[in-house]
Each structure stands twice: as structure tokens, then as C-alpha cells.
Design a protein around this ligand. Structure first.
Ligand code: ATP
Ligand code: MG
Length: 776
């Protein structure tokens, strides 16, 4: 143990050795917060603290697994095995299962994912005959979610006229009723959604003092990583559980708080000192992850935020290479740049694929990257997006399995009752739903009693319904003695799912069957793994729990060496030698939807801080001048965040006018529809090399260049041709594409584009304000 403690620096050692009492570690990215938590747990165990009594909450289950593995290396696997570690959702789902009866839930309750919740809400909106354009299911769900995370139950909602008024003002006066129906439906189905896992835990701890006492006594030491992103509901749970012993250690970085949109409350970190008595505060300042260039550049960014705790982050690491900035014409060209850079780096420096990560603001951006990587045969893995378990064919199998565990699960039942087709039509399902609502029972229970209820169904239909019931019950019998693999294999065959997919001989159809095989392989891994650990059966219910609570990062089951593609949100806490932050464009990053208030913009800036600080050795910032967004080719300007980095840390790979940003000096909307180009000043990005200089020596007195106005009637050389008299028929020379003929011109001012047929490369549409053209 001492060996591991010796490896820490002085500032890290202190919080590790501080055994008891409330403490908070506030420190910047890469300063060893997660490492301190890990070593601290091992240290507590070495002092004789029972591993059963340590609870640690992490941002992903993957992070928990990695932590556990490190702790196993220090204290031994058998000791580490009993530690309670995982996300809030997975830890408290486990507790809820053993206490479910107190809340009137079965212990085999289903966990609805957001797809299930959305379907359920859509169904309610339909049943209530409300307008889907007013009551958009997604919006309704997110409203309900925010109520739950603020612990506003249905009852609390109806006792609060202000909330009702605010929904009425938002033209959704019946939101409360939808909320009520949704809660009732989930309850009837024996289902909890993600927010319920936290809400019901709070309910459990509040309503049952003996349960609270039990877990307070059990979890004598509580540790929370990424504390800055806890929401109110999570905060209250931690607060309640740690109240007795007050051995609570939280670590976080206010500069990395990026989940406000999901209800995370940065005040949880800011108010920690007030919540507990005698809080010890620790600060870590030395970053071990990144080069000086990256650390210092990241500091200059976060400095622009007004709401922040003052922190110092420095590193003893080398300066390393500068952050490389790359501009391209389109997003596909951006993809090609990223793929070829990875390819070259791999060749030159013998790097593996896993050394690279491509981070983006929105999932939709992955496509251009994927295309380019595929063309270069570079293996990659996308994290997030439509996850494996949500693909239709997989979800179908899983819904059958959910029914095996909990036949009341209404979303699962409605999804598969007639898939593969077995002659149970929509009208029948509607009748069943109405009856279930009427009797306040689940649809499955109605089906079990179909002979006793008069639903005006013909005998053929009744027979089909009872056949379905018998089939599910037969699965349940098998499930009692078999492992998860056996039952899944059996279900996918006996329900006719596999046969149904085999009918489709197209490549897509075949891919679906392969996916089911992959699911089975994954389950096999799981059952074998369970046997290895403790000789357990590898029961279906345990596998399903893993699936329901897998965060997007956890679906990484293989150890294959791949480039990682993910959103920045998902990359929190991770590190990679080489990081590409792509799509560095205004309206994309910062997102157009997050620029209306200062606090939104500051959250975007924190997100950028998170992105940049994932890089250990080399960071790349790339942007495209135009990209397809919502099916339209849209022009873009480089993100303000590039400009915000002190220029001394940047190296431009694409110099000259490419680095000039065009910013409206006046809010042109006030002036109506006028030519915006007249109102613009060209503004070089801070640190952009002046024209004709080598890009290795950017000047640092960017103030001078920042104010340099663009000459709108420039005739010199290549820049800003949009004001020149380019006409169809002109023969032009382009720096990269060579010689071409102008076919057509469209748009005005800054948006003016030319369609040019190049001798090599064919027809291209270029935005004149960026295109490097010379008329010859
Ligand atoms: P983030 O804010 O991004 O979550 P963090 O503060 O949790 O970062 P860690 O992930 O714990 O930082 O550490 C960053 C890197 O620095 C890791 O690779 C870790 O192993 C390494 N590291 C931390 N402390 C030390 C140390 N004292 N000596 C050597 N390496 C260290
Ligand atoms: Mg960390």
C-alpha cells in the first residue's frame, strides 16, 4: 500500500490519508482526482475498513469497473469484490430491488429506457386525444423528468399552482394529467424509468427511517467522483446516506460541469462547505495528463468564464507540440484530414488505434468521420448514438426477455404481442388496454382472465391471446433453472423471431441476424464470467439489469484496438494521447441552441475545456467552411473558441485567409435584410499567422491584427473575391484544384458561390469568400 501512496504527490496524499470526516477535492482536469479516490479506497481497506461499508459513485459503470480493477491490484480481488461501486442508477436500482415491496413494487421491476418512456407517453397523449404538435412527447418527457429530478411528485405538482400555471402558460394545461397517467401506467407495469430510480430511492429513504438507518450504518464511507454533475435528486440521496457518519468525500471540477441541461446543479459543489460541518477542502494543482501547451491553452479558455472557482492548473510535463488547427472546405474533407492524419501518425510513430479519439458536439457529426475512416480501413468504435441494445431486432428479443421476468411490463408486451405476426390486431390490443385501465391491472393479467371478461372478442382471437400467455409462461418455467444464454437462445427461436428475420435475404436482413448472434455471444460471455467469479448461474434477471443500466460507454465489450468516436459529454473523465475535436464552428460548437444566455455559453465553454483536456500529447481542432446540416449545405465560420485560445499555443495547418473570421459588427437583423458583407470586419483568429509568414511562428501581438478591417473591394491576389466581377465563363486557377471554368454563380455578398468545372476533380461549388481563386 505504501508504494502506491508514495507515488502520489504531497497534495494528493493529504486527502488520501485523511480517513474520516467530510471532505471535498476541487481540482482541474487531469490532476489526479479519480486516482486519489481510487487510492483512498484501497487505503481505507488497508486500515481495516470493511469493503462492504464503502460506497463509491462514479460517472459510468465502466469507470467503476476500472477503479475496482486497480483496487484489486492493490488489495487483492477477493477483498475488492464486495465494494459497492457504480453509477447512481445502478447502485440504487440494486437497493430498490431489495426494498421494492415497501414501495408496492415487485422486486423484478422493469427499468424503462427512454425509448420505452417515450412510447408510453405517446400512447397516453393519444388516449387523451391531445394534439401531438402541442404535446410533443419528447418535450413532455423532459418536463416530467425535470419534475422527478427536483422531487416534484404528481401530488406535489397538483399542490403547486405556480407549476400548473407555468405549464398552462406554455399551452400545456394538461401536462399534470399526463404526468399522473404516466406514473400510474409505469406502476401498473411494474416499471421504473431512469429518473424513478433516484426519485424512489429518495422516497424510500424519506418514508422509512429504519431503511435509512440501515443504509446509513452500512455505508460508513461514501465517495463521489464527478460531483459537479450531480442533480438535486442525487444530491439528496448522498446527503441522507452520509448524514450519520459524515464520512463523505466528493471530488469534482466546477470547470467541467456540463450536464446542467439534464438538471445537474453546480451549486452542489459550491455549497458543499455549508452542508457539512468541519469540511476539509483540498486542492490539487498539478496536471499529470497533458503537455504544457494543452494545459495552458485550456487555462486561457476557462479564464473567459465569469462563473468559476479560482483554480491553478500547471504541469511539469514537456511543452509538447502546439495544438493544430485545420480548416477544410466541407465536412467530408474534414473527415479525410482526420483519417489521413491518424493513418500517418500510426505509420510514423507506431501508434495503435486506441491512441486516438475523435470528439464532437453532436452524434450526427460521426457520419463524415466514419466514412473517411472506413475508406482508410482504420477500425473505429462509436460510443453512444443508437446503441446496440436499442436496435430494433435486439430490442424485440429483449422485450420478450423482459416479459419472461416481468409479464406486467406493458411497453414490452405491446411491442411484441403481434411480432412476429400472430393475428392479434391493433383493435384487440386497444380493447385489452382499455380493460387494463378500467380494472387497474396489467394487460397480461387481463389476457390471463380473458374468458371471464367480455371484450367482444371472437373465439379465434381469444385462443391466440391465451397461446401467447402460455408461451410466456413456458419460458418462465425454463428460466427458473437455466442460464441467460439458454433462455435467450430458446426465446429467439420459439417466438419465431429468427425465422422472421431469415425471410429477409437482403444484406440488412442478414446484418440483423448477425446482431442477434452478437447478442447471444455477449450473453455467453456474461454467463461464463458469472460462473468464473462466484459459480453463479448467470441468471437472465442479472443480465437484464446490466443491459438496462449500461451507460453508453459500457457497451464496449471487446478489447479490440479501435479509434474512439464519441460526443464530448461522453468523454468526461477519459484520456487519449491524440484527440481531434471536430466541427469547431459557430452554431455547431458553441451550439446554436446554447447561445442565448451567458450561462448557456459558459456551459458550452466548459464543454470545450473538457474536450481539450482529454488530450495527453496532441490536440487537433478542425472546422469546415460548409457542411450539410438538416439536409442543407450550410456555410460556417470558425468557432469563437479557437479564437479564445491564446495564439501562442496554436499552429495553423491551413494558413492565410482561411483563418479570418467574419463577425457582424452590428446586429444586422435590426437593419432588416441588407447585405451583411458590408457590415463585416475581417478578424483574424488570435495567433493566426499573418499572410505569407510561415505557420510555425505565429505572431503574438494579435491586437493589431484583430482590428484590421477587410478591404471589401480588394483586388489584390486571391482574397474576398465575392466583391469582384467574376462571371460565368471565366477561367480560374485554384490553389488546390488547379484550373477550372466558372459555370454558374449564385447567392450575394458573403454567401456568393461559384460552380466551377475543374480539369481535374470535376464540378465543385465554392464559397467565394473562402475560395482561393485567381482569374487567368
Ligand atoms: P478529470 O478531471 O479529467 O476526471 P482527474 O483529475 O480525475 O481528471 P486522473 O484521471 O485521476 O485525473 O489522472 C490523470 C492522469 O494522470 C492519469 O493518467 C493518472 O494516472 C495520472 N496521474 C495522476 N496522479 C499522478 C501522479 N501522482 N503521478 C503520476 N501520474 C499521475
Ligand atoms: Mg476523473
Amino acid at each position: 500500500m505504501q508504494k502506491y501512496i508514495d507515488q502520489l504527490n504531497e497534495a494528493q496524499r493529504e486527502p488520501v490519508l485523511q480517513k474520516d470526516g467530510p471532505m471535498i477535492i476541487i481540482a482541474g482536469a487531469g490532476s489526479g482526482k479519480t486516482r486519489v479516490l481510487t487510492i483512498r479506497i484501497a487505503y481505507l481497506m488497508s486500515l481495516g475498513v470493511d469493503s462492504f461499508s464503502i460506497l463509491s459513485l462514479t460517472f459510468t459503470n465502466k469507470a467503476a469497473r476500472e477503479m475496482k480493477k486497480r483496487i484489486s491490484d492493490i488489495v487483492g480481488a477477493s477483498e475488492a469484490k464486495n465494494l459497492w461501486m457504480g453509477t447512481f442508477h445502478s447502485v440504487f436500482a440494486r437497493i430498490l430491488r431489495s426494498e421494492a415491496d415497501k414501495l408496492g413494487y415487485p422486486s423484478n421491476f422493469t427499468i424503462y429506457d427512454s425509448q420505452d418512456s417515450l412510447r408510453c407517453i405517446s400512447g397516453i397523449i393519444k388516449e387523451m386525444q391531445l394534439d401531438r404538435d402541442v404535446y410533443k412527447p419528447k418535450q413532455v418527457l423532459s418536463r416530467i423528468s425535470s419534475y422527478k429530478n427536483s422531487l416534484i411528485t404528481v401530488k406535489a405538482y397538483f399542490n403547486n399552482p405556480e407549476l400548473q400555471e407555468s405549464d398552462a402558460m406554455a399551452k400545456k394545461p394538461r401536462l399534470g394529467e399526463i404526468y399522473q397517467n404516466y406514473v400510474e401506467k409505469c406502476f401498473k407495469s411494474g416499471a421504473m424509468d431512469f429518473d424513478d430510480l433516484l426519485l424512489k430511492t429518495n422516497e424510500l429513504l424519506n418514508r422509512f427511517p429504519e431503511v435509512l438507518a440501515k443504509y446509513q450504518n452500512r455505508f460508513r464511507y461514501i465517495l463521489v467522483d464527478e460531483y459537479q454533475d450531480t442533480n438535486h435528486s442525487q444530491y439528496l440521496i448522498v446527503r441522507a446516506l452520509s448524514d450519520k457518519f459524515q464520512n463523505i468525500c466528493v471530488v469534482g471540477d466546477d470547470a467541467q460541469s456540463i450536464y446542467a441541461f439534464r438538471g445537474a446543479n453546480i451549486n452542489n459543489i459550491l455549497n458543499f462547505q455549508k452542508d457539512y460541518e468541519g469540511v476539509k477542502t483540498f486542492r490539487l494543482e498539478q496536471n499529470y495528463r497533458s503537455t504544457k501547451n494543452i494545459v495552458e491553452a485550456a487555462n486561457t479558455i476557462i479564464d473567459k468564464n465569469q462563473t468559476k472557482l479560482d483554480k491553478i492548473v500547471w504541469t511539469a510535463n514537456d511543452f509538447g507540440p502546439k495544438i493544430k488547427v485545420h480548416r477544410s472546405m466541407t465536412d467530408s474533407e474534414e473527415g479525410r484530414f482526420v483519417a489521413s492524419t491518424i493513418w500517418e501518425q500510426k505509420m510514423q510513430n507506431q501508434l495503435h488505434n486506441g491512441a486516438f479519439a475523435i470528439l464532437y458536439r453532436t452524434n450526427a457529426q460521426s457520419r463524415a468521420m466514419e466514412d473517411a475512416l472506413r475508406k482508410r480501413d482504420i477500425p473505429y468504435r462509436i460510443y453512444g448514438g443508437l446503441s446496440f441494445y436499442q436496435r430494433k431486432e435486439i430490442k424485440d428479443v429483449l422485450c420478450y426477455l423482459r416479459l419472461v421476468i416481468n409479464p406486467k411490463d406493458e411497453e414490452a408486451l405491446v411491442r411484441v404481442i403481434n411480432y412476429p405476426a400472430r393475428g392479434i390486431g391493433d383493435t384487440t390490443v386497444e380493447k385489452l388496454t382499455v380493460a387494463a385501465n378500467h380494472y387497474k391491472r396489467s394487460i397480461f393479467e387481463v389476457m390471463q382472465n380473458i374468458d371471464k371478461i367480455d371484450l367482444k372478442l371472437n373465439s379465434g382471437t381469444k385462443q391466440k391471446l391465451s397461446d401467447f400467455v402460455t408461451m410466456i409462461q413456458s419460458f418462465q418455467v425454463i428460466n427458473e433453472n437455466q442460464d441467460a444464454f439458454y433462455i435467450t437462445d430458446h426465446v429467439s427461436k420459439k417466438t419465431g423471431l429468427v425465422q422472421e428475420l431469415k425471410k429477409d435475404a437482403t444484406p440488412e436482413g442478414m446484418a440483423k441476424i448477425q446482431n442477434i448472434e452478437e447478442l447471444l455471444n455477449g450473453i455467453k460471455d456474461f454467463t461464463e464470467g458469472q460462473r468464473e467469479i462466484d459459480g453463479a448461474r448467470g441468471a437472465l434477471s442479472e443480465f437484464m439489469e446490466d443491459v438496462a443500466l449500461a451507460t453508453d460507454l459500457d457497451k464496449d465489450t471487446s478489447d479490440e484496438d479501435r479509434v474512439a468516436l464519441m460526443t464530448i459529454h461522453l468523454a468526461k473523465g477519459l484520456e487519449f494521447p491524440h484527440v481531434f475535436v471536430v466541427g469547431m464552428e459557430e452554431d455547431l460548437f458553441p451550439s446554436a441552441m446554447s447561445m442565448s444566455t451567458r450561462s448557456e455559453l459558459e456551459e458550452e465553454r466548459r464543454l470545450f475545456y473538457v474536450a481539450l483536456t482529454r488530450a495527453e500529447h496532441q490536440a487537433y481542432l478542425t472546422y469546415a467552411q460548409s457542411r450539410y446540416r438538416w439536409g442543407k449545405l450550410t456555410d460556417s465560420e470558425p468557432s469563437r473558441f479557437i479564437e479564445e485560445i491564446d495564439g501562442q499555443y496554436l499552429e495553423y495547418l491551413t494558413p492565410e485567409e482561411s483563418n479570418y473570421r467574419y463577425k457582424p459588427m452590428i446586429d444586422s437583423d435590426i437593419f432588416g435584410d441588407i447585405d451583411k458583407s458590408k457590415l463585416r470586419l475581417a478578424k483574424p483568429i488570435a495567433g493566426a499567422p499573418p499572410k505569407n509568414s510561415t505557420n510555425n511562428e505565429p505572431k503574438t501581438d494579435f491586437n493589431v491584427r484583430k482590428l484590421k478591417p477587410v478591404s471589401t473591394n480588394s483586388t489584390s491576389g486571391t482574397a474576398n473575391l465575392f466583391d469582384n466581377k467574376l462571371v460565368a465563363g471565366n477561367i480560374v486557377m485554384h490553389e488546390r484544384f488547379g484550373k477550372g471554368e466558372v459555370l454558374n454563380l449564385e447567392g450575394v455578398g458573403a454567401d456568393k458561390k461559384a460552380e466551377i468545372k475543374f480539369e481535374v476533380g470535376g464540378i465543385k461549388k465554392l464559397l467565394l469568400r473562402f475560395a482561393k481563386l485567381n482569374v487567368i
